[in-house]
Write a protein that binds this ligand. Structure first.
Ligand code: PEP
Ligand code: MN
Length: 457
């Protein structure tokens, strides 16, 4: 890791902020814990536990995101909609890493840009819900809000929020991080060995030939550079991975917010790159207040109801110094709304000279219920949103600097379409998500290839 660049220090520090100042604001999407004393005890325990990431990693990521804002890097952010405690397994974690590494190879090769890899993992355990309660057969219980908070089973015991789950989630996040770090340090991401990223279960995929051609081209380029320089290119042996999650559950995030020696200000040390979800992005709300005081790079999700005024207000609150790398906006409008909703936002940010990284999440605006009741997303809608977004940015004089995807390295059938043309009838075959439908391996790779084609056109 390089030493953080001093020029990245923000111009202003929020003097009226504290890790718990969010408590004075309306906090949306929070569980009601039956025992406040148990909650306070858990927070005290969390405050003493070691952090999951370090301040220098966070500042290094901020520097990379600043370069992405300038068009020198592309951000690939992806993982499950929601991690579950049960899925903290070596195979699932490494398969997810393999997909992200294969996608980033496609992007590096096609975009001719380094890729910043950020996983949606090691802490993605809290979910916003559209309803606080769920009713089945006349019985009403609290909604499932992610494994950090309660369990998905429809029973009183499972659905009652339990603060001890935060301690378990912290441990699961640490195990995930530890495994990812060990794999990367051991050479798992080495560009000399892309065969490490082959997924055991993949038979002959329709995309395999195109992917293998890219692997061969990258291999040739690596060997050529090594011949020229007369030695191995060491930084190809490792690819840094950063973590992100929606920082939704504020008592948890507050307890992991720390000051560190020889650094000023406060860091959220539960993740490198926290984001604010669409449902909690009220400028006057608790989440924006909490994020305002952090030194991490931060992102905000924007849906179709975002207005230019609200966007600029968010930028003023979260990034008063227009600091390089600090602010990312993730738009998720949906294929049918994006052409109408996005341009006014791009125009406002450009007009005000705001430095932001624009990222497209083509998943969350395209969720629907299939004829057989499964929550799904159609590949053609995901593709349609992405394709339009490249053009809308070009027309506005802004740049799409990354994508945010829900994906898995497993052979699931949760989104329809793609190279294997999955239909509604295929959904029941391998639908595993408890929350949102994810792209499977082939659909993910296809998205990476599509981005490359679109950027080149
Ligand atoms: C999510 O990322 O899983 C999510 C709920 O997104 P959004 O806040 O954009 O709806
Ligand atoms: Mn989701």
């Amino acid at each position: 890791m390089t030493v953080p660049d001093r020029s990245l220090q923000p111009v202003s520090v929020a003097a009226d902020w504290a890790p718990d100042s969010w408590r004075g604001r309306p906090a949306a999407q929070q569980p009601v814990y039956p025992d406040p004393e148990a909650l306070a005890g858990v927070q005290e325990e969390l405050r003493r536990l070691p952090p999951l990431v370090t301040s220098w990693e966070i500042l290094e990521l901020k520097r990379l995101l600043a370069e992405a804002q300038e068009g020198k890097r592309f951000l690939l952010q992806g993982g499950d909609c929601a991690e579950s405690f049960a899925d903290c397994e070596s195979g699932l974690v490494s398969n997810r890493l393999k997909v992200l590494l294969q996608m980033s190879l496609v992007l590096v090769h096609g975009l001719r840009l380094p890729v910043v890899r950020v996983g949606r993992f090691a802490g993605q355990y809290a979910k916003p819900r559209s309803a606080d309660t769920e009713t089945r057969e006349g019985r009403t219980l609290p909604s499932y809000r992610g494994d950090f908070i309660n369990g998905p089973e429809f029973s009183d015991a499972a659905r009652t929020p339990d603060p001890r789950r935060m301690v378990k989630g912290h441990a699961r996040s640490a195990m995930t991080m530890n495994f990812v770090r060990a794999l990367i340090d051991g050479g798992f991401a080495d560009l000399h060995h892309p065969e490490y990223w082959d997924l055991g279960w993949v038979g002959h995929s329709p995309l395999a030939d195109e992917y293998q051609r890219m692997v061969a081209a990258v291999g040739d380029a690596v060997r050529f550079m090594e011949t020229l320089s007369g030695e191995a290119l060491h930084n190809l042996n490792r690819a840094d991975f950063y973590t992100s999650h929606e920082a939704l559950l504020l008592p948890y995030e507050e307890a992991l917010t720390r000051q560190v020696p020889r650094q000023w200000g406060w860091f959220n040390l539960s993740t490198h790159f926290p984001w604010i979800g669409m449902r909690t992005a009220d400028p006057e709300g608790a989440h924006v207040e909490y994020f305002r005081g952090l030194r991490n790079p931060v992102a905000v999700k924007l849906g179709p109801s975002a207005t230019p005024d609200r966007l600029l207000r968010l930028a003023d609150l979260l990034d008063p110094g227009n600091e390089p790398g600090r602010l990312t906006f993730i738009h998720r409008m949906g294929a049918t709304r994006v052409a109408e909703c996005l341009p006014p936002l791009l125009e406002a940010v450009r007009r005000e000279g705001r430095r932001v990284l624009w990222v497209c999440d083509p998943m969350h605006g395209n969720t629907e219920v299939a004829s057989n009741g499964y929550k799904t997303r159609r590949f053609e809608n995901i593709r349609a949103e992405l394709e339009q977004v490249f053009e809308l940015h070009a027309a506005a004089g802004t740049r799409l600097g990354g994508v945010h995807l829900e994906l898995t390295g497993e052979n699931v059938t949760e989104c329809t379409g793609g190279a294997r043309e999955l239909t509604d009838a295929d959904l029941q075959r391998a639908y595993r998500s408890t929350v949102d439908p994810r792209l499977n391996y082939e659909q993910s790779l296809e998205i990476a290839m599509l981005i490359v084609r679109k950027q080149a056109s």
